[in-house]
Design a protein around this ligand. Structure first.
Ligand SMILES: *Cc1c(COP(=O)(O)O)cnc(C)c1O
Length: 693
């Protein structure tokens, strides 16, 4: 059940050695480092996770070279070398493995490396011996491990400091720059660089090139704070290894320094956090505990210290493609290189235009104009202002109020707050400040039961009484999210749309949580086949990478607002931010290509199966699942901190609130991980951890 966490000691004592290409002297550099570290008294070992081109890994290949480099030194507590996988074909790992009918994966290699570390260091742990692993990759950083993953992916998954090796000569700078950038783009720490000299030459031009390469490289590395070591060309005999170990010392010393100063632990960071920061909906006096997130990949979050969690929240509905998706990051980097931001007043750009076009193709038919906003709450403010300006523009100045069902959530800014649930929301705190809106019963008819027309009675009553003063009805279609995770019957929306039309009120759908496939339809409006006058979307719009939302309206609404030369009065500083638009565009393309519907249906099946056992347990009021949303509603409010600690201990990231323990994992979550999320929820409820403390 529990995930094997990366031991903190591993992250502090392992290094990944890679090169700017194949045949650059990487193995010699690794062997020289091994010797230097052992001479410094460390139990160091050089490990080849994947060795290609050998019949017998112990006697051929790099392991043999490593052993030779330290043959004359006293034996250390660790064997000098180890090979985890070896293949006969002298080729890139993906090809050499395929030739033998095998397939390597980052997850598998990471598991093997950690298992090796544990097996090797466990016997030493009592003795307090300092040890280090040098993990030498095959070839350069972009060498494929399989069809989808490469060495950089492995390096990012291990998240240990990186050593790069290059052979000096023509072209060395270009390869070094590209490799340094690739390592930096993955957020990896550069621990040092080893430049391997070619045989001595009398050619003056060549000597000039070598010297200049070294000087330029040293400048770059100074900027990165990483040391450079230059290895001479020597005969590989005992004297030669000593000269190499001497030459590699600047890098070896940097490794020793990293070993002695492990990364700041999570506790220290949390103490600093507690002094200066504020987290969502918390008190600074008695804050809820926080955990330090350090890295993410796919559907996993990695905490400082190495603990890995299966993500069950998609970072509040947003990270539908999981984390660090290469396509989204590539779009972000490409746009950052062109133009990160520019004002939207008087200027436009391709990312905004293409995103608006794409959105309109995906949204319910009839929506025609896109107003980019910088967050969900702002898009709700924009929608409300649109409705008000529309009513003014069409001569209905008395329509200044909004009607909304109870149990809704629309954001934390003033206008949005005024239409949140009046009891669970923040109305009590801001009573005299908030505009007074109109509330009706929440749609009572469940999604999974036959439609009951009586669920529209209160809407009909309210519109009959107040229809003349209502600018718009605003609600979350089909799923009320943060207000209670309530799934109601889509026919309610059809009836409501008719009532709005009769009353002359606009209809606003807040699809900030439901948009982009989460409910099993691209937009929840599709369940009812209703096109609202105004629609808000956000959250998953950028796949969870950056904040961006949009308010979209019909031509009729835009025309009403802009009658008689009137302008729409809103314009955030970061409106239409090109970075966010570019990522959103990439995310929408990905959504269409990756068969989201099948994935969400699979997610729904797994959630239904996995959460069903909770239904019979004490303190559970309801269990419901729709699309990629699974909800266990409890009878009483849950003790959040206690549940949270239990979930983290179980290796899952689930954050309950009020009377809700809910899951909405990224669409890319493997079935086994959905099962583990559900099992953790069931186990918490079985142990009664959801009951009042
Ligand atoms: C999250 C949410 C909002 C607010 O979006 P922010 O980006 O947090 O401002 C509004 N409406 C709904 C339905 C939401 O789920």
């Amino acid at each position: 059940m529990r995930i094997n966490a990366t031991p903190a000691a591993f992250a502090d004592a392992a290094f990944f050695v890679s090169g700017t290409g194949t045949d650059v002297g990487k193995s010699v550099a690794t062997a020289a480092l091994l010797r230097a570290l052992r001479q410094a008294g460390l139990a160091a070992q050089a490990v080849k996770p994947v060795q290609t081109g050998v019949e017998d890994a112990a006697r051929q290949g790099d392991a043999a070279l490593y052993a030779q480099a330290v043959a004359d030194l006293p034996a250390a507590a660790l064997a000098p070398a180890a090979t985890l996988h070896s293949f006969r074909l002298p080729a890139s790992p993906h090809l050499a493995a395929a030739r033998e009918g095998r397939c390597l994966s980052v997850a598998g290699l990471r598991r093997d490396i950690l298992a090796h570390w544990q097996a090797e260091t466990a016997p030493l742990s009592g003795e307090g011996a300092a040890c280090a692993l040098l993990l030498e990759g095959a070839g350069g950083v972009c060498v494929p491990l399989n069809e989808r993953e490469d060495t950089l992916d492995l390096m990012a998954a291990l998240a240990v400091p990186v050593l790069l090796v290059a052979r000096n000569g023509l072209g060395a700078l270009n390869a070094a720059r590209l490799t340094l950038d690739a390592v930096r783009d993955r957020g990896l720490v550069m621990a040092g660089f080893v430049l391997v000299q070619p045989p001595e030459t009398d050619n003056e031009g060549e000597r000039l090139v070598l010297a200049d390469n070294e000087r330029t490289l040293r400048n770059w590395l100074d900027d990165l704070g990483a040391p450079l070591a230059v290895l001479p060309w020597v005969e590989l005999d005992a004297g030669g290894w000593d000269r190499l170990a001497q030459a590699v010392r600047p890098v070896a010393q940097a490794l020793l320094a990293l070993l002695r100063t492990p990364a700041v632990g999570p506790d220290a960071l949390i103490r600093r956090d507690t002094k200066v920061l504020w987290h969502p909906y918390t008190s600074t006096v008695a804050p809820l505990p926080v955990f330090v997130a350090e890295r993410s990949r796919r559907n996993r979050l990695v905490l400082r210290g190495g603990k890995e969690l299966i993500d069950g929240m998609s970072s509040w509905w947003a990270a539908i493609h999981g984390y660090n998706h290469p396509r989204l990051l590539a779009a972000l980097r490409a746009q950052a290189g062109r133009m990160p931001h520019v004002m939207f007043g008087g200027l436009t750009h391709a990312p905004a235009v293409e995103l608006a076009e794409r959105l309109l193709e995906m949204l319910p038919r009839g929506l025609a104009r896109v107003f980019p906003a910088d967050s969900g709450s702002v898009s709700v403010e924009v929608a409300m202002k649109m409705a008000l300006q529309y009513q003014q523009g069409t001569g209905q100045r008395q329509r200044t109020r909004f009607l909304t069902p109870r149990g809704g959530y629309h954001g934390d800014t003033t206008g949005a707050m005024s239409v949140c649930d009046p009891v669970n929301g923040m109305h009590g705190l801001f009573a005299r400040f908030l505009p007074q809106q109109l509330f009706m019963e929440r749609p009572a008819c469940r999604f999974d039961q036959p439609f009951d027309p009586a669920s529209l009675d209160d809407a009909r009553r309210m519109l009959a009484a107040h229809g003349h003063e209502v600018a718009a009805v605003i609600l979350e279609p089909v799923v009320q999210g943060a207000g209670g995770m309530w799934f109601y019957h889509p026919d309610y929306l059809r009836g409501l749309a008719r009532l709005c039309r009769e009353a002359g009120a606009l209809l606003i759908f807040d699809e900030i949580a439901t948009g982009f496939g989460r409910t099993g339809r691209l937009f929840a409006a599709e369940w009812a086949d209703v096109t609202p006058d105004i629609l808000c979307c956000g959250k998953a719009l950028t796949g969870g990478v950056l904040t961006l939302a949009a308010t979209v309206c019909t031509d009729e609404v835009a025309g009403g607002i802009c009658r008689d030369g009137q302008a729409f009065m809103h314009g955030p500083t970061f409106m239409g931010n090109p970075l966010a638009c570019a990522v959103a565009l990439a995310s929408l393309r990905l959504l269409e290509e990756e068969n989201w519907r099948e994935r969400v249906i699979a997610l729904e099946d797994a959630l239904r199966r996995g959460l069903a056992p909770c239904r019979a347990l004490p303190g559970v009021a309801d269990v419901r699942v729709l699309g990629g949303i699974g909800v266990v509603e409890t009878v009483d409010p849950v003790p959040v901190a206690r549940l949270q600690a239990f979930f983290v201990d179980q290796g899952v990231w689930i954050r309950p609130f009020a009377r809700l323990i809910y899951l909405m994992p990224p669409y890319v979550t493997p079935e086994a991980d959905v099962e583990r999320l559900c099992a953790a929820v069931c186990e918490a409820v079985r142990q009664g951890l959801h009951l009042p403390a």
